[in-house]
Write a protein that binds this ligand. Structure first.
Ligand code: SAH
Ligand code: SF4
Ligand code: F3S
Length: 477
């Protein structure tokens, strides 16, 4: 069904779609997990406008409640289950509320969820996100208790990026799925096989966003973004070279990447691109070769450190970050210490460290495991503590330098009003306004850093450039 063509816009209060009148209604979406899920939520909101839905932040006033779920670790999973339980009382009070569960948990467990939770109307997997309006339509046409989790990799994969939030920043989905099957990870099961968009199609999409929506900063998204293009004999490096040419685009970021797919061509683009961020997130997971083998990561610590070296040669001021899993099954004390050594050597600006969580259906979940949860927690703590000391030291070099920020938020702490932005290299910086009535939202500002700790940087404003991207200045980071 082509909903778009059947939408009648004759009356702004009621839209007639197919056989059904849709009065203005409200949708509440709770999103868990990664940027891909945040982006999927934005796409769903945009698509639901066709059925006259506006977003609300209050689930009590919603007509449609959706959960966009994440299955990466047990914590995300269990949070969702408890939130789903809480919705029951809303449905008891307000019988016509429609409740749907989508995303990574729904992909693998949708059918069971439908059976188990009486107050759940429908479930939908990760490959049918763009069909959300049709699915919601089906519930208003009287159908309920259904689950859709089909894969469709045959279609050329193309998603025009729809923005609903009026920021100059946009996520651009460029590849879905993951073919790596790391032994601990559920993503290949929840997101399916890799499928890339075409370079030419993405370039057109970004051009349109820059020209008509005022987008200045883009983040290219994928579960394994630097594996982009393999199915079409294209590459991420090639895509960045093309995006670099777009006038009006200021900053290109990409996330998240796998060390195996960092090509020499991509490293050289980090050196030559004028728009690519000076930050790279390159998850290593462990500093021990034997653990990396058990994780099926397909690289060694030496190869990984070689990549960091080449990246730093290509772009000497590049800022690096990573992901670490603490306490992989049967990790020995020596293997754990190898990770601490890697942190000392790599000198990351920040890391995301997680305690290993067994995911049903993965190879690692079938391994006999000698570690206790207490040991895992202890190792996670050691990793975080060491990293905080490393980054506190590293960030001292920021003091006295001027950084350019895109301002994204303001807030009052202990009665002091502060604005916040991110540098090109992803560091968060807070600064006080020149006067309290100034509105810096989405301005580019140059800020001189006065204080830097492991977790926050403070500065004072040197120059306010307003909302359009200023010409690059080599004295500013
Ligand atoms: N594609 C990226 C990672 C995406 S998942 C890569 O290959 O590096 C985001 C992060 O979640 C991973 O980097 C990993 O550190 C963490 N993670 C994934 N599965 C996990 C598990 N079972 N337990 C703990 N952390 C996990
Ligand atoms: Fe998961 Fe990343 Fe490995 Fe894919 S490459 S299986 S997303 S950790
Ligand atoms: Fe979670 Fe799915 Fe993203 S499992 S991390 S929401 S790809």
């Amino acid at each position: 069904m082509n909903l778009e063509s059947e939408v009648e816009k004759s009356n702004s209060l009621v839209k007639r779609v197919g056989e059904i009148d849709f009065p203005q209604r409200k949708v509440y979406i709770k999103t868990y997990g990664c940027q891909m899920n945040e982006h999927d939520t934005q796409r769903m909101l945009s698509s639901l406008e066709d059925l006259n839905f506006d977003q609300t932040q209050e689930k009590e006033e919603a007509d449609l409640i959706l959960f966009n779920t994440c299955a990466i670790r047990d914590l995300a999973n269990s949070k969702f289950y408890s939130h789903l339980g809480e919705i029951k009382h809303i449905k008891e009070k307000k019988k016509d509320v429609v409740v749907g569960v989508g995303g990574c948990v729904a992909q693998t467990e949708g059918k069971d969820l439908i059976k188990k939770y009486n107050h759940l109307d429908f479930a939908f997997g990760t490959d049918v996100i763009d069909d959300i309006s049709s699915l919601v339509y089906r519930t208003y046409a009287g159908e309920n208790k259904f689950s859709v989790n089909t894969w469709d990799r045959s279609r050329d994969y193309s998603i025009e990026t729809k923005i609903t939030h009026g920021k100059p920043q946009a996520y651009i989905n460029i590849i879905k799925g993951c073919d790596k099957f790391c032994s601990y990870c559920i993503v290949p099961f929840t997101r399916g096989r890799e499928k890339s968009r075409r370079v030419s199609e993405i370039v057109k999409d970004v051009q349109r966003l820059v020209e008509y929506q005022g987008i200045q900063e883009i983040t290219l998204l994928g579960q394994n973004v630097n594996s982009f293009g393999k199915d079409n004999k294209e590459s991420l490096a090639q895509l960045i070279i093309e995006l670099d040419k777009i006038k009006g685009l200021a900053l290109i970021r990409y996330t998240t990447s796998h060390p195996y797919d960092v090509s020499d061509e991509l490293i050289s683009v980090h050196g030559s691109s004028s728009k690519l961020s000076r930050h790279l997130h390159l998850p290593v997971q462990s500093g021990s070769n034997t653990v990396l083998q058990r994780m099926l990561r397909e690289y060694t610590v030496e190869h990984y450190l070689g990549l960091l070296k080449k990246l730093r040669q290509a772009r000497p001021d590049i800022v690096l970050s990573t992901d670490i899993i603490a306490g992989f099954p049967n990790e020995t004390r020596e293997e754990h210490e190898a990770t601490l050594n890697l942190l000392r050597e790599a000198q990351y600006d920040f890391i995301y460290a997680y305690s290993y969580s067994a995911r049903p259906g993965t190879k690692a979940a079938r391994m006999k495991d000698s570690l206790s949860e207490e040991e895992r927690r202890q190792r996670l703590w050691e990793i975080q503590e060491l990293q905080l000391a490393i980054q506190a030291d590293l960030r001292q070099e920021m003091v006295g330098r001027v950084y350019r920020l895109l301002v994204d938020e303001s807030g009052t702490k202990k009665d002091v009003l502060k604005w916040k932005g991110r540098t090109n290299c992803m560091r968060i910086v807070h600064f006080r306004p020149e006067n309290e009535s100034m509105d810096y939202l989405w301005h580019w500002v140059d800020v001189k850093i006065t204080q830097a700790t492991a977790l926050s940087c403070q500065g004072e404003i040197v120059k306010d450039h307003g909302k359009s991207y200023p010409a690059p200045d080599l004295t500013v980071f």
